[in-house]
Design a protein around this ligand. Sequence first.
Ligand SMILES: Cc1cc2nc3c(=O)[nH]c(=O)nc-3n(C[C@H](O)[C@H](O)[C@H](O)COP(=O)(O)O)c2cc1C
Length: 207
Amino acid sequence: MPTLPVVGRAFDRACDSGPCDAVPAPPFRYLHLRGRLVNLQAEPPNHALTDAYRAGMRRLAGAVSVLTVGEGTSRTGLTASSLTSFSVDPPTLLICINKGSSVRGELLARGVFAVNVLAAGQQELAERFAGMKGLHGEERFAAGGWTQLATGAPVLDGALANFDCRLDEVIERHSHMIVLGRVVATRLAEAAEPLLYWSRGFRQLDL
Ligand SMILES: Cc1cc2nc3c(=O)[nH]c(=O)nc-3n(C[C@H](O)[C@H](O)[C@H](O)COP(=O)(O)O)c2cc1C
């Protein structure tokens, strides 16, 4: 049974016989819906809290990756700092993508993608794939060297690490999709330092 905070006995009532989609009566706040835990409580927007959340998140230093999908002229991709490891066995990564992003269609249609962890010298690529240079889709691939590993998704030469993935699951929630990728091939560059993003700017390690 999940151990998240639960109001009442929602899980006992709704899920004793496994995942289900029955809506429990109030005061139950969470529902175990087809294997997912969903918060049923609608909350009004709180702009002060949103601003404070943003300010807090700016203090989170993170690695910078480029997620890539497609082949030939259908290639597209975006810069993302939301990459994290999900599980080692099986090797699975997690990355959060805005539902409005241009990668969404190709990602869902092809079911394969790559994540390229950028090295310190690849800031220009991070800017391209973040839309900072006004480039879209295939245009973003005009810089850098690109190849393929197992799935056919584009992988970037010189990246600290390339993860070639099959789409495992997509969970749509609020503005974003939580994308789980089953890693089927990896490639590592020669030892290099990472590109980081912190406090609204690209950074490098200063060791
Ligand atoms: C450092 C950095 C990290 C980002 N991380 C994410 C992310 O994790 N998920 C996401 O959807 N967008 C992220 N973005 C924004 C996208 O890169 C940007 O909106 C991009 O233009 C989306 O591609 P599109 O315009 O083709 O849809 C990030 C941008 C920057 C600069």
